[in-house]
Ligand binder design. Sequence first.
Ligand SMILES: NC(=O)c1ccc[n+]([C@@H]2O[C@H](COP(=O)([O-])OP(=O)(O)OC[C@H]3O[C@@H](n4cnc5c(N)ncnc54)[C@H](OP(=O)(O)O)[C@@H]3O)[C@@H](O)[C@H]2O)c1
Length: 264
Amino acid sequence: MSENFFDLTGQVAVVTGASRGLGQYFARALARAGADLVLTSRDANALTPFVKEIEALGRRAVPLALDVRDHDSIQRMAEQASAAYEQLHILVNNAGCNVRKPALDITWDDWNLVLDTNLRGSFFVAQAIARQMLPHGYGRIINIGSVTSVMGYAGLAPYTASRGGIRQLTMSLAADWGGQGVTVNCLAPGWFRTEQNKVLYEDAGWVDYLVERIPVRRPGAPNDLDGAVVFLASEASRYVTGQTLLIDGGISTGALRATVSKRS
Ligand SMILES: NC(=O)c1ccc[n+]([C@@H]2O[C@H](COP(=O)([O-])OP(=O)(O)OC[C@H]3O[C@@H](n4cnc5c(N)ncnc54)[C@H](OP(=O)(O)O)[C@@H]3O)[C@@H](O)[C@H]2O)c1
């Protein structure tokens, strides 16, 4: 074992939903820590520029097609990933989507889209990759949750239900596989500026409203997640399982100001 607890040299990480956004942040951080990668998107060709970026870091990256709403696609991805590498050490279960609407406007299909992608998809990807990890007696599964795993937000009913479910799922899978060397944790980001949150970040009033409620007084920046994903992927977290680690500048504390504003 390396003396550097955070060194991922010689390890392989599967990162789902790596065509843009947080999936790419996670993949970059793991590659910089030494890991080779499997990257997925529904359109594997869309991964080409990112594969080149990872290869320029001196790491290997295998692009694979994956639709987490399709069980056969999940099985295929897991088989192709284990054919490409001797062992899969890390899974970042990141692929996800959102439908942002008032609760009364949510349709049956909206609900199914969000829950099937975020919750059912994450479970069956974890199951398929755990089948490859368990015979080796080692694995680090990182489910991506959200600040909505622990807090409610107007306009996000199916999304918060899916992310709350991810937190609970993480605890159960940790209990299922912990005795066999596979840890399962949930990394829960706050509000980052990606395609998924574009509409919010285009509204300066909303950004002010958000920042006022974040104890560190700024929105999340891409590399704010690096340390947490490497920690949960590495030897450093060997006695941590079933946990939800919130990387959110403290917004999930719900700590509101209880002092009177200064008036000039
Ligand atoms: N941004 C935030 O502040 C934030 C905060 C907390 C949690 N999250 C969660 O973190 C994850 C990434 O967020 P993001 O902001 O980077 O989102 P994003 O920009 O919308 O990217 C979502 C990723 O998921 C993939 N994806 C969507 N549906 C899929 C499906 N059916 N099968 C396979 N892949 C699918 C997309 O890949 P393709 O379209 O190429 O298939 C894309 O790479 C999501 O699960 C999100 O809910 C985000």
